[in-house]
Write a protein that binds this ligand. Structure first.
Ligand code: NAP
Length: 229
């Protein structure tokens, strides 16, 4: 059996997913990465030596391609469900949230992560692996405009918690990274200066704590992990 740690990272072409991919590659991990736009993903592939599959995680045909790549591996140490849809920008109040856009948010942020876990489960079980589903404070706070996205992250949190209860040998986490200076964050605050938000690279050490120390399954924030460090 291969001893090289293997991870599947969704949304690895930018922001937090890219920052995590670069650090895990430095550590010698074998990475499978995905995102919709091929060119930014290709840049991360070149920097990490990853296996890159461009496509939409909400597309079942793309997920079938991911499953085929996973089938070539004998272990999967980590699934990072990081790809996410914000919904319309500027963020509308729920009264004005187009239902089609909400459905896309739910497909991307809830249905797709579960589908990825379903297809990854045999390889995760082979090495008692780790799952990290990326959450948000919008899952637990009632911010105006964040109802669609926040509801999707709340659903993802619950799905993560039940998946953990059903798979006690694995480590299964919701991880709230806190504000980060990324394209998604800028879309949430169009036209605003977000240069005071931390770069996603600064949050990766908190995620690594989960991977390295494997605390009990549950919901963790980057802020509390950084304090505990
Ligand atoms: N930034 C924040 O302040 C903040 C705060 C709390 C939580 N989060 C969470 O942190 C995670 C990372 O967000 P980020 O801020 O790093 O966002 P980002 O910089 O916009 O990056 C998002 C990544 O996901 C990919 N992606 C988006 N939709 C996808 C889809 N349907 N299929 C495949 N890939 C997809 C994007 O590439 P393509 O567009 O090419 O697909 C990109 O690689 C998300 O789960 C987000 O909800 C962010």
């Amino acid at each position: 059996m291969s001893e090289t740690s293997t991870a599947l990272i969704t949304g690895a072409s930018a922001g937090f997913g890219r920052a995590t991919a670069l650090v895990l590659a430095e550590r010698g991990w074998d990475l499978i990465i995905t995102a919709r736009r091929a060119e930014p993903l290709e840049q991360v592939r070149r920097a990490t030596g990853a296996t890159a599959l461009p496509g939409d995680v909400a597309d079942p045909a793309h997920r079938a391609r991911l499953a085929a790549v996973l089938a070539e591996r004998d272990r999967l140490d980590l699934v990072l469900n990081n790809a996410s849809a914000l919904g319309p920008s500027p963020l509308p109040h729920l009264a004005d949230l187009p239902l089609g856009a909400f459905a896309t948010v739910l497909q991307t942020n809830v249905v797709a992560p579960l589908a990825v876990l379903q297809l990854a489960l045999p390889a995760l079980r082979a090495c008692d692996g780790t799952v990290i589903d990326i959450s948000s404070d919008a899952a637990v706070m009632a911010y105006q405009g964040w109802g669609g996205y926040g509801a999707s992250k709340a659903a993802l949190d619950q799905l993560t918690a039940v998946f953990a209860a059903e798979n006690p040998r694995l480590r299964i986490y919701s991880f709230d990274p806190g504000d980060m200076r990324t394209a998604m964050h800028q879309a949430a605050f169009p036209g605003e200066d977000i240069s005071d938000r931390p770069e996603p690279e600064t949050v990766v050490p908190a995620l690594l704590q989960l991977i390295d120390t494997r605390p009990p399954s549950g919901r963790y924030t980057a802020a509390e992990l950084s304090v505990a460090h």
